[in-house]
Every structure is written in structure tokens, then in C-alpha cells.
Design a protein around this ligand. Structure first.
Ligand code: SAM
Length: 239
């Protein structure tokens, strides 16, 4: 997968050299480049913002540098992803969709955001997705892009050591994962549930399934309500 990130703070993306994303870049699974938006400015102050038409607080990112930056990095198969609090809430399903695309271009907004004409102009030429990380406001899109890149990269073939991790985790099938434990079996007078030490794979699977359903119902009633009833078996219903 090819990824281009455009930002006025390219240094923000140093973490993308680390851990499994760094490894994916080294092995060639992920071809990621970060671009400084100010490359496409021509004044002595390398200005990327100006005051908003109509008045109001803050500054807005000017369209010219964004237009040139996108012209430089976009190719026929590109999808533009714009993190924004007015975007569609980002989910695991979105992560799967984005992970299947050949080329993503991320545009990191700052200040009061990017001049709307940049988004409209891009949308006339390529698929554009405005995505929100949640109902709160960040300083800029950089952290959002790092989050989205983490969610996407772990879905790319070969990145995770055990691909089963992807099918047995929260949000894989619309439920939250059951609690997890490791050694020692007893710690501060708290014991790992007996069933997980039993070696009985059938009982363990049933326990995990039940805990997953109970946890989802208690913590995320919205997810639980959306879970297809036909996916519940008799034992699920009893739980
Ligand atoms: N004035 C904008 C508004 O009220 O909708 C907020 C701009 S915010 C201070 C600057 C940038 O941070 C945005 O352009 C976007 O790139 C990013 N950002 C802020 N909150 C975000 C969120 N919840 N999800 C994704 N990106 C966000």
C-alpha cells in the first residue's frame, strides 16, 4: 500500500518509523511518505493560513498550497482522507475498507481547518473521505492520521505475526473482546478464571463468547443493539 501524508508538522510522524509500522515500511508492505505543506508556499514566511471570510476567531488554511500539494502527490488510484471533526466517525469497518485501497493521501488540517474549496475541488477528481476520530476537537489532523495508520497497517497482509488476532478481537464481529489474562495464575490474591486454565477448548470458547456478549451489552449497548439476533445461539441467549 502507498500512503502520502501532507502536514505542516512532518516531524509529528516520527512514531511511524517504530514497531510494526516501521517494520512494514522496511519490508515494503507499506510505502509511506510525509510531505511538508510549506513546500508549496512561495512567500518569505511560507504562509499557509489566513483570516476567515465572514469573520470569526482563528485562521483557515489557504487553498493554494493544498491545491498544489494534492496535484503533486495524487495519482489516478488515490483516495483522499481528511481527518475532521465534521467527518464520519472512523470505525474498524472503515479501517478494512481503507486497508484494501492502493493509495491513500492524508491531508492534515490545522487552525480552523482547510478552505472548503480544497475538499470540493478534490471530490470532483477523486474519492474523498472526511473521517472523525470522535466527538471532540484536536489541535490538528496529525494524531488522527497516526491513529488511522495504526488501524490500517495491522490489517495489511503479513504485518501481524498471527492473523487470527484480527478475527478474535474487539470490533471484528461487532462485539468487544472478553478479558485476557497471562501468567502468573495468581497475583495479589486475584486468580485467573479456572476455565482458562482447564485446557478444555470448548469450555474456554464458550466462556469467552459469554464474557464478550456480557461486556458488550454492559459497556456498549449501541453495539449490542446492532448485533444481528440471528448470530445469537441458544446458549448466548441464556447468558
Ligand atoms: N474548526 C473546526 C471545527 O470546529 O470543526 C476544528 C478545527 S481543528 C482545531 C483543526 C484540525 O484538527 C481539523 O482540521 C482536523 O484536521 C483535526 N481534527 C480536530 N478534531 C478532529 C477529530 N475529532 N477527528 C479528526 N480530526 C480532527
Amino acid at each position: 500500500m502507498k500512503v502520502d501524508i501532507i502536514s505542516i508538522f512532518p516531524d509529528y510522524f516520527a512514531p511511524l518509523d517504530l514497531s510494526l509500522i516501521g517494520k512494514a515500511r522496511t519490508t515494503g508492505t507499506l510505502d509511506l511518505s510525509v510531505h511538508d505543506l510549506r513546500t508549496w508556499t512561495y512567500d518569505v514566511h511560507r504562509t499557509v493560513d489566513d483570516s476567515p471570510y465572514g469573520g470569526g476567531p482563528g485562521m483557515v488554511m489557504r487553498p493554494e498550497p493544498w491545491g498544489e500539494a494534492l496535484d503533486a502527490v495524487v495519482t489516478p488510484g488515490s483516495t483522499l482522507v481528511i481527518p475532521s471533526p465534521v467527518g464520519k466517525p472512523f470505525t474498524q469497518a472503515d479501517a478494512y475498507e481503507l486497508a484494501a485501497l492502493p493509495h491513500l493521501v492524508f491531508a492534515c488540517g490545522r487552525y480552523e481547518g482547510i478552505d472548503q474549496r480544497v475538499i470540493d475541488d478534490a471530490a470532483a477528481r477523486m474519492p474523498v473521505r472526511e473521517v472523525s476520530l470522535g466527538d471532540y476537537v484536536l489541535f490538528g489532523g496529525e494524531v488522527a492520521v497516526i491513529v488511522i495508520m495504526e488501524a490500517i497497517t495491522r490489517l495489511l497482509p503479513g504485518v501481524l505475526g498471527n492473523a487470527d488476532s484480527l478475527t478474535e478481537e474487539s470490533h471484528a464481529a461487532g462485539l468487544l473482546e472478553a478479558p485476557v489474562y497471562t501468567k502468573p495464575a495468581s497475583w495479589r490474591d486475584r486468580d485467573v478464571p479456572e476455565v482458562l486454565r482447564s485446557g478444555d477448548h470448548g469450555r474456554i470458547a464458550r466462556w469467552r463468547r459469554t464474557e464478550s456478549l456480557l461486556r458488550t451489552a454492559a459497556r456498549r449497548p449501541d453495539l449490542f443493539a446492532a448485533y444481528p439476533p440471528e448470530n445469537l445461539d441458544k446458549k448466548d441467549r441464556k447468558a
